[in-house]
Write a protein that binds this ligand. Structure first.
Ligand code: CUA
Length: 336
């Protein structure tokens, strides 16, 4: 049996592994409203929706009624029917001008919402989001990185987004915000969470094999909780044995997307038994895997490509500190 894609589980209302159970929404249509930014979207959405309902029911209803009312009762009736006037200026002006007002209202309302969503409040806290195949990495003020977005409640947060490889898109349905992650440039979005909790994050731009698994979460902390969490994480990292730090980074930095630790080759070679192994490369050279080779593969992944694989790893130059690279090397050594 094939595995059910995680994103389908999320839609079925089942919490996918790694995703929080979506908090129940009071409305049938929209996910729970958990940010001030929903105000720029939900009203316009409802307005558009109800206009569509009214016009669809109106047009189809009147059409059906006329079909019934003016049907020819016999062929003779039909042939002898009088020609009816085929033009009414009053009617024509009415059905052109009324919708025009509706469209102007929709434009003004929608544009105001757009401007609000594109203008982060002054003094908003900034968090960097980096997209890569197939993981989100969030960098907090101070440099701590995590694969989950943590934010304080009731404070404006601006997320500055970029991608190291292809187009991705950061989508937080509960906040009604979505923005593309584009290689080679920065984009941004902002929100101000109004309810503490744990909400899903999706990648909404098709980005390759594991696009539908490119999931994350945003954790909204109560007052004081965010600072406490960040401090605790930073302390934990400093006091961790290198091997454990490496294991943590393996999960948090996206290594696990492409490298297994059980010997199965994925997008890249498995880490199991890697250290000390004889490796052959596509450029014809070969060597025994040691500390220097692992370090080079992290900062300059395309320098040597193991035979049977294609270059697909982004560089971690500048993203990992020396102590963190040491940790990853120690972790790989431990995987005998
Ligand atoms: Cu990243 Cu889809």
């Amino acid at each position: 049996m094939t595995e059910i894609p995680r994103i389908l589980l999320a839609f079925a209302g089942e919490p996918a592994p790694g995703l929080p159970e979506s908090p129940a929404s009071p409305t049938y249509w929209m996910p729970l409203d958990a940010s001030v930014t929903t105000r720029a979207v939900d009203g316009v959405y409802d307005f558009l929706y109800w206009i569509s309902v009214v016009f669809t029911v109106g047009v189809v209803g009147v059409g059906a009624y006329f079909v019934f009312k003016y049907r020819a009762k016999s062929r003779r009736d039909n042939e002898q029917a009088e020609r009816t006037p085929d033009h009414s200026t009053v009617l024509e002006v009415t059905w052109s001008v009324l919708p025009l007002f509706l469209l102007i209202a929709l434009f003004v309302w929608g544009f105001k919402g757009y401007v609000d969503l594109r203008t982060p409040p002054k003094g908003a806290m900034e968090i960097r989001a980096t997209a890569q195949k197939w993981k989100w990495i969030f960098t907090y003020p101070g440099g701590f990185t995590d694969d989950t977005l943590h934010v304080p409640v009731d404070e404006p947060v601006r997320v500055v987004i970029s991608s190291v490889d292809v187009l991705h898109s950061l989508f937080i349905p509960n906040f009604r915000v979505k923005m593309d992650a584009v290689p080679g440039r920065y984009t941004d979005l902002w929100f101000q969470a109004t309810k503490t909790g744990d909400y899903p994050i999706f990648c909404t731009e098709y980005c390759g094999t594991s696009h539908s698994d490119m999931l994350s979460r945003v954790v909204v902390h109560p007052p004081g909780g965010y600072e406490a969490w960040l401090q605790e994480q930073q302390d934990k990292l400093l006091s961790m044995p290198p091997e454990e730090l490496g294991k943590l980074l393996y999960e948090k930095q996206g290594c696990s997307t492409c490298h297994s630790v059980d010997g199965t080759p994925k997008i890249g070679p498995s880490w199991k038994g890697l250290f000390g192994k004889q490796s052959s490369f596509t450029n014809g050279s070969s060597l025994t895997v040691d500390e220097n080779y692992i370090r080079e593969s992290i900062v300059d992944p395309n320098a040597k490509i193991v035979q049977g694989f294609v270059p697909s790893m982004p560089t971690y130059q500048g993203k990992l500190k020396d102590a963190e690279i040491d940790g990853i090397i120690a972790y790989i050594k431990s995987l005998k």
